[in-house]
Design a protein around this ligand. Structure first.
Ligand code: 5AD
Ligand code: SF4
Length: 409
């Protein structure tokens, strides 16, 4: 039996893409293994959003040289965003690499496998990785924005929304396989529109599928959160009350230079509107964008205070080749480090504060083990009693300790 080892870097889109690629390998007779030593195929699904992410993926590839030498019949597949960016240059540097499949080619991965001549029969039935409690469902690929720091549009291409029917079939299949929660994925997921189906329609439709207890989505773009959207989903408790909403900067001037399409005020307005529907909000922030002054950075700090995020992922600006911002003069590295440090200090207490604020509230908890689960707002909750995994209970919160809530029941 051919065994495949999978190493995935980057975002949840990549996790879903790895699942999809595995399904094609499985239909050609491969079995999943967590042990690289016993694998015949190594699939590396890569990220290039920051230099560091790309570097990790490429150094993993470098380490596979010895693995391949041990048994020359082994197959190495390098896929995803870094594969798209680096393309054929990789083949020269790593001649032992068998298949390169860029992020734009994921949809044609089956053809790539067949064209490689490394696999015997084209597959018939597709097997998927055993679905856990969360089923990941890609609803759109690519991005139509052109944020000046971001390499995603060039490696993933423009937006292509998947047909609603296919998405519903995929989600229903995952629910039948045991998923209680469906996570809808896309680079600007809430820009989804297919014929007459809007993102809000899609959320409501997925939430009505048999077996689906909760629907999550990531990552949305602030500008698509409209009053109409909120109106359409506000009475649907199955839509999880957590949104990961990247802000990137708190300075309107920097946001304009980043070409984000909103101001600080508009972002804060969206935050208020989402909070009024009970949403708990986390974010991404970049420090040290080339034009960021001390004052701009202070605006980011004050926005963090105002928005009261549940969590914030903070990154040092990393120039990406071919993006407009890559032509700008970089700030000194020590400034980036200093600002990251200050910001990390500020965001450190955010989750704790958000957890404390839940004491006394009533939460709907989806059990991920017998006595621990996640609330709709993404808080971890420990229960007193034991419940079947996958069940949903409603309970009030007695206390919070760090990033754990303790339930009455
Ligand atoms: N430098 C640093 N961070 C970046 N991100 C995207 N591009 C860059 C870059 N060039 C961050 C953004 C995005 C997250 C996925 O990665 O914050 O939301
Ligand atoms: Fe990159 Fe901006 Fe598109 Fe997000 S919206 S993927 S940051 S270009």
């Amino acid at each position: 039996m051919t065994k495949v080892f999978i190493q995935t870097y980057g975002c949840q889109m990549n996790v879903a893409d790895s699942d999809e690629m595995f399904a094609h390998l499985a239909s050609r007779g491969a079995q999943y293994t967590e042990n690289l030593d016993e694998a015949d195929i190594a699939l590396i699904n890569t990220c290039t959003v920051r230099d560091h992410a790309e570097h990790r993926a490429v150094s993993f590839l470098g380490r596979l040289a010895a693995w391949k030498q041990e048994k020359p019949g082994r197959v190495i597949i390098f896929a995803g965003c870094a594969a798209q960016r680096l393309g054929k240059t990789l083949q020269k540097k790593y001649p032992f690499l068998d298949i390169i499949s860029g992020a734009k080619e994921i949809e044609h991965f089956a053809d790539t496998l067949d064209a490689s001549g490394l696999f015997n029969a084209p597959g018939k039935d597709t097997h998927q990785l055993a679905s856990g409690l969360t089923g990941y469902v890609t609803i759109m690929r690519g991005c139509n924005f052109a944020c000046s720091y971001c390499i995603v549009p060039s490696v993933r291409g423009p937006v292509k929304c998947l047909p609603t029917e296919d998405i519903l079939a995929d989600a229903a299949q995952k629910a039948r396989a045991g998923a209680k929660e469906i996570m809808l994925l896309g680079q600007t997921v809430n820009a989804y529109q297919f014929e007459n189906t809007s993102f809000a329609d899609l959320l409501n439709q997925v939430s009505r599928l048999p077996g689906v207890e909760r629907v999550r989505f990531t990552s949305p773009h602030p500008i698509y959160f409209t009053p109409e959207f909120l109106e359409a989903i506000k009475d649907n408790p199955k839509i999880a009350r957590h949104v990961h909403l990247p802000v990137q900067s708190g300075s309107t001037k920097v946001l304009q230079e980043m070409k984000r399409g909103y101001t600080r005020e508009i972002f804060l307005e969206k935050v208020r509107a989402l909070k009024s529907c009970g949403f708990n909000i986390s974010t991404d922030i970049i420090v040290g964008f080339p034009t960021e002054t001390e004052d701009d950075f202070k605006e980011t700090l004050s926005l963090v205070d105002e928005a009261e995020f549940f969590a914030a992922y903070c990154f040092k600006y990393s120039p990406r080749q071919g993006t407009p911002a890559a032509k700008m003069k970089l700030l000194p590295q020590n400034i980036l480090e200093e600002r990251l440090d200050i910001l990390l200090n500020k965001v450190r207490g955010l989750s704790d504060a958000a957890y404390q604020a839940q004491v006394g509230s009533v939460q709907e908890v989806l059990l991920e083990s017998e006595n621990k689960g996640r609330a709709s707002g993404n808080f971890w909750v420990k229960t007193r009693k034991s419940y079947p995994v996958g069940s949903v209970i409603k309970t009030s919160i007695e206390k919070a300790d760090g990033t754990l809530l303790f339930a009455r029941d």
